[in-house]
Write a protein that binds this ligand. Structure first.
Ligand SMILES: Cc1cc2nc3c(=O)[nH]c(=O)nc-3n(C[C@H](O)[C@H](O)[C@H](O)COP(=O)(O)OP(=O)(O)OC[C@H]3O[C@@H](n4cnc5c(N)ncnc54)[C@H](O)[C@@H]3O)c2cc1C
Length: 429
C-alpha cells in the first residue's frame, strides 16, 4: 500500500502558525510557570487559549460533534510533533491529558445526562477530570487484578479501595474510577467505570505523590499524581458509564488513540533537545577545535537525527493507517510508536544533556527536567514490555505453522531446489 503524508498548503500555514506560537508565546513562559498560583495560571492561559480557538485549532483530537476539529490522525500527528516542543502546550491547545481521554470516554459511553453534566463543561474547560485505574498493591499493568470494588445498594454504588499515581486527581472536579462491580463474571467483564465527584464523603485525595519529575511537590501546570482512599463512598447508580462490566472495553477506547498522541508529542520534545544539542555543538570548543569537529559528537547528532526521522515516519504511518483502516488495523503500529518514541525521547535528551556537561546537569537549563520527565515514557500508557509483546505476537502470526531451521527436511528442500534449477535450465534451452 502506498502511504501518502503530503500536507495540504492551507494546513501547512496552520502548522507554521503553531510553530511560531509555541516558540514565541509559550516556550518563553516555561521558566516561571512552576511559580504561578492557580489563579495566575488561569489568567495567563485564557488569552493564549483564545488565540488557538481563533485559529480553529482547539481540541483537534475531537470530532466536530464534540466541539473539536475532526481533522483526522495524520494532520493531528503533524501538529502534535510541534506542540510537544513545549511542556504545557497541550493544555493551551485543549488536548491536555487526562481530560482529553476522559472526554473521549464519556462521549463514547456516556448517557445524554452524563454528557450534559460532565462532558460539555469539561470540553469548555470549566471542569477538570482525572482517570483512576492504578492501585498500589497490585500490578496495574494487568488491570484484571484491580481490587477497588463498587457494590450496588439500592440506587447507589458503594465504593471501597485505594488508587494511586492518579494524574490531576487533587485538582479534578470529577474522577472516573475503574472498579470491580462483578467479581464472579468473566475476567474481562468484572470491571466498570464509575464517576465520583470532588468532595464526595469518604473520598480522601490524601497526598500528591512526589515523583522523579516533581520530587519536592513543586507542581507546575504539568500535573500532579495523587493517592486516593475510597471508604464507603456513595454515588448515584447513574454515575456508571456505559454498561456494567464494560470497563475494559471503555478503557481501550480511552487509552488506544491517546497513546499515539502522547508518543507523537514526545518527538516534539526530542526535537527541542536536538536543537539544544546542535546549538551547543556549534558554539563551544575543546582541545583546539570546535565540538562540531569531534567525531563522537558528530555521531551523537547523526544518531539522533536518524532515530528522529525513523520515529517520525513510523508515527506518520501509524496515523495514516488509523485514518484509512481504523485503530484496530494500526494496533501493532501504535505499539511500535509507543515503545520506540519513548526510547528516542530518552536517547536524544540524554545526548543533549551529555554535550552540555555541567550546564546540562544544572537546573539552569530545561534538559535535566526533560530528562527526569522522559523516564516516565516507557512506564505510562502501558509498560513498554507489554507493547513489545503485542508487536511480537502480531509479527509471529505471519509465521504460524512454518518450518524452522535446522530441519529434518533440509535434504528434501535441497532436492526440490535442484529440480527447480534443472527445470529453469531446460526451459531456457
Ligand atoms: C507520571 C505517571 C502518571 C500516571 N498517571 C496515571 C493516571 O492518571 N491514572 C492511572 O490509573 N495510572 C497512572 N499512572 C500509573 C501507570 O499507568 C502505571 O504505572 C502502570 O499502569 C504500571 O502499573 P504499576 O505501577 O502497578 O507497575 P507494575 O504493573 O507492577 O509493572 C512494573 C513493571 O513490571 C514489568 N512488567 C509488568 N508486567 C509485565 C509483563 N507482562 N511483561 C514484562 N514486564 C512486565 C514492567 O517492567 C513494568 O514497568 C501513572 C504513572 C506515572 C509514572
Amino acid at each position: 500500500m502506498a502511504w501518502d503524508f503530503e500536507t495540504d498548503p492551507a494546513f501547512q500555514d496552520k502548522l507554521d502558525w503553531v510553530r511560531r506560537f509555541v516558540e514565541e508565546e509559550l516556550i518563553p513562559l516555561e521558566p516561571i510557570m512552576g511559580d504561578f498560583t492557580e489563579a495566575q495560571w488561569t489568567a495567563v492561559q485564557e488569552p493564549l487559549k483564545q488565540q488557538v480557538k481563533d485559529q480553529g485549532l482547539w481540541a483537534c483530537h475531537l470530532e466536530h460533534a464534540l466541539g473539536g476539529q475532526g481533522m483526522g490522525q495524520l494532520p493531528l500527528a503533524q501538529m502534535n510533533m510541534i506542540i510537544g516542543r513545549c511542556i504545557y502546550a497541550q493544555e493551551i491547545f485543549g488536548n491536555m491529558a487526562p481530560d482529553s481521554g476522559n472526554s473521549e470516554l464519556i462521549a463514547e459511553g456516556g448517557t445524554e445526562a452524563q454528557k450534559e453534566k460532565w462532558l460539555w463543561p469539561n470540553l469548555r474547560g470549566e471542569l477538570r477530570s482525572a482517570f483512576a485505574i492504578t492501585e498500589p498493591f497490585v500490578s496495574s499493568t494487568d488491570p484484571t487484578q484491580i481490587e477497588t470494588s463498587a457494590v450496588l445498594d439500592g440506587d447507589e454504588w458503594v465504593i471501597n479501595g485505594r488508587k494511586w499515581m492518579i494524574t490531576n486527581a487533587s485538582r479534578a472536579d470529577f474522577i472516573i474510577f475503574m472498579v470491580v462491580t462483578d467479581p464472579d463474571a468473566h475476567v474481562y467483564k468484572r470491571c466498570s467505570m464509575i464517576i465520583v465527584e470532588k468532595g464526595a464523603p469518604g473520598m480522601d485525595v490524601f497526598r500528591d505523590i512526589p515523583t522523579m519529575h516533581h520530587p519536592y511537590s513543586e507542581f507546575g501546570a504539568n500535573g500532579n499524581h495523587a493517592e486516593i482512599i475510597l471508604d464507603n463512598v456513595r454515588v448515584p447508580k447513574d454515575n456508571l458509564i456505559g454498561e456494567r462490566g464494560g470497563g475494559f472495553i471503555l478503557s481501550q477506547v480511552r487509552l488506544g488513540p491517546g497513546r499515539i498522541h502522547h508518543a507523537t508529542r514526545w518527538l516534539g520534545e526530542a526535537e527541542r533537545a536536538f536543537d539544544m544539542l546542535c546549538e551547543r555543538t556549534q558554539s563551544r570548543m575543546s582541545f583546539g577545535k570546535g565540538y562540531a569537529k569531534h567525531q563522537m559528537i558528530q555521531a551523537y547528532i547523526a544518531d539522533s537525527r536518524m532515530e528522529l526521522e525513523m520515529a517520525k515516519l513510523l508515527t506518520l504511518r501509524a496515523a495514516w493507517t488509523m485514518d484509512r483502516l481504523g485503530h484496530h488495523a494500526a494496533r501493532s503500529d501504535i505499539a511500535m510508536v509507543k515503545v520506540n518514541n519513548a526510547k528516542v525521547l530518552y536517547n536524544v535528551i540524554d545526548r543533549a544533556l551529555q554535550v552540555h556537561g555541567s550546564l546540562g546537569y544544572s537546573c539552569d537549563m530545561p534538559l535535566e527536567s526533560m530528562y527526569r520527565s522522559a523516564r516516565m515514557a516507557p512506564l505510562v500508557d502501558g509498560a513498554n514490555e507489554v507493547h513489545t509483546v503485542t508487536i511480537a505476537r502480531e509479527e509471529l502470526k505471519r509465521y504460524e505453522g512454518v518450518e524452522g531451521w535446522p530441519s529434518e527436511h533440509i535434504p528434501t528442500r535441497r532436492e526440490a531446489s535442484l529440480k527447480r534449477f534443472a527445470h529453469l535450465l531446460h526451459a531456457r534451452g
